[in-house]
Design a binder for this molecule. Structure first.
Ligand code: AMP
Ligand code: MG
Length: 353
C-alpha cells in the first residue's frame, strides 16, 4: 500500500487535509497522527475491521487493547456503561491531556477494539491536530502508539515512517511530541481507582483530584508472577536491539562501574553505548554516549528517551548501559519505560557515599 505523508502545522491547521484524513478513517482506513504524548495509529474505534487492521499493521498481539480517543466530553457517554463521579473530576483537571481512563464498555464498542475485555480505555488528547482529526473521523478513534510492536513509541513522524511506511494509508507529520511518554492509565472500574501505567499525570496529581488511588504493583515489581492489569504491560516493549542494563547508585560509582563494564565489552569487540545525563556524559568511555538531559529536568528526559533508544538501534550498538532516575513523579514513568526496555536488568551498586 502507498502511504501518503502530509505535514500539518498545529498552529495553522489545514482543514482540507484533515477532512481527507478523517474520510480515510471513516471508510475503514488507518491514519497515524501526532498527539502530545507520542504518535498514534488511528482507525475507527467502532469498526471491528479497522481495529483488526491496526493490530495487523503494528504486528500487535490481539489481546492488547487499544485506547479510544475522543475530542469532546459529550462523546464519552455513548461508549461506556456509566461515567463515575471520579471521571468527571479527573476530566475537569486533566482532559484534554495525557490521561487515559478505563470504564465498563458499552455494547457499541467492538471486542476487537478492547482486546476482548469488557472494559474500554478512553483518552482525550490535547494536541490540536489530534482533536481536529478525531472530529473529522466521526468522534471515536482507536489508536495505540504508531510503532511496530516491541519498538520504542514514536516521538516524531520520521520514526512512524520508519516503522509503518507501506502499512498504513496516511501519516500526518505534526512535529515532535511534547511529552514523549505514553499517557498515564487509570482504571475506574474497581472500588479504588488504580494506576495501570505511570505517565506524565502522576499519582500525586491524580490524588489531588479524586483522593486515594492504588497502583498496579506488578508493573514495577521485577519478580511479580501476576499478569499486569493493562495487558500491554506484560510485553517486552521499547526494547533496543542491543542489550540494555540499568545501573543504580551514587553518580561517581555509577560512572566508574559502567566504565569498567564498557572496557570489558570493548575488549571483546562489542560496540558500546551509554544513556547518560548532562552532568556525567563527559566521564564515560563508550562508542556512543547519549545524554537524556539534565538530571533534574524530568520533562526533557521524558521527551528524549524513546528517540535515544531508537538511535542506539540506528547505530547498531550492542551493549548499552543506562543511569537510573528517581522514581517519583514523572521519574516513575521514566523508570517504568527504562526497566521494560532493559527487560528488568538492573545492577544495584552499594551506596558508599
Ligand atoms: P498504547 O496505546 O500502545 O500505549 O497501548 C495501550 C495500553 O493501554 C496497553 O498497555 C493496553 O494494555 C492498555 N489498555 C487499553 N485498554 C485497556 C483496558 N480496557 N484495560 C486495561 N488496559 C488497557
Ligand atoms: Mg504502544
Amino acid at each position: 500500500m502507498e502511504t501518503k505523508v502530509i505535514r500539518v502545522d498545529e498552529e495553522n491547521i489545514d482543514l482540507q487535509l484533515i477532512a481527507e484524513a478523517g474520510a480515510i478513517i471513516r471508510e475503514g482506513g488507518l491514519v497515524a497522527f501526532p498527539t502530545e504524548t507520542v504518535y498514534g495509529l488511528g482507525g475507527d474505534a467502532l469498526n471491528a475491521a479497522s481495529s483488526g487492521k491496526i493490530y495487523a499493521a503494528k504486528g500487535r498481539p490481539s489481546d492488547n487493547p487499544l485506547i479510544v480517543h475522543i475530542a469532546d466530553m459529550k462523546m464519552l457517554g455513548k461508549i461506556v456503561m456509566e461515567v463515575p463521579e471520579a471521571a468527571y473530576k479527573l476530566a475537569e483537571r486533566y482532559w484534554p491531556g495525557p490521561l487515559t481512563m478505563i470504564f465498563n464498555k458499552a455494547e457499541c464498542v467492538p471486542a476487537q477494539t478492547t482486546g476482548g475485555l469488557a472494559t474500554v480505555a478512553v483518552r482525550m488528547p490535547s494536541h490540536k491536530v489530534a482533536k481536529a482529526l478525531i472530529e473529522a473521523a466521526g468522534g471515536y478513534v482507536a489508536a495505540p502508539s504508531a510503532n511496530l510492536s516491541g519498538r520504542p513509541s514514536p516521538t516524531a513522524a520520521k520514526y512512524v515512517i520508519e516503522d509503518l511506511d507501506g502499512r498504513v494509508d496516511m501519516i500526518i507529520d505534526g512535529g515532535e511530541a511534547d511529552i514523549g511518554l505514553e499517557s498515564t492509565i487509570i482504571d475506574l472500574t474497581g472500588k479504588t481507582p488504580m494506576i495501570l501505567r505511570p505517565g506524565y499525570v502522576t499519582e500525586e496529581m491524580l490524588e489531588k483530584a479524586i483522593g486515594s488511588v492504588d497502583t498496579d504493583r506488578t508493573i514495577l515489581d521485577v519478580d511479580s508472577k501476576q499478569a499486569p492489569k493493562a495487558p500491554g504491560m506484560k510485553y517486552r516493549h521499547y526494547a533496543p536491539k542491543g542489550n540494555l542494563v540499568l545501573v543504580e547508585g551514587a553518580a561517581a560509582q555509577v560512572v566508574a562501574y559502567i566504565n569498567e563494564q564498557l572496557a570489558w565489552h570493548k575488549s571483546r569487540g562489542a560496540k558500546t553505548g551509554v544513556i547518560a545525563t548532562d552532568e556525567t556524559a563527559d566521564g564515560y568511555h563508550a562508542d556512543c554516549i547519549k545524554s537524556v538531559g539534565k538530571r533534574e529536568d524530568e520533562d526533557q528526559i521524558a521527551r528524549q528517551l524513546f528517540r535515544i533508544l531508537r538511535e542506539f538501534d540506528d547505530e547498531e550498538v550492542q551493549v548499552i548501559y543506562a543511569e537510573s532516575f528517581k522514581s517519583q513523579g514523572v521519574g516513575e514513568a521514566i523508570m517504568n519505560r527504562l526497566l521494560k526496555a532493559a527487560g528488568h536488568q538492573v545492577e544495584h551498586l552499594p551506596d558508599t557515599e
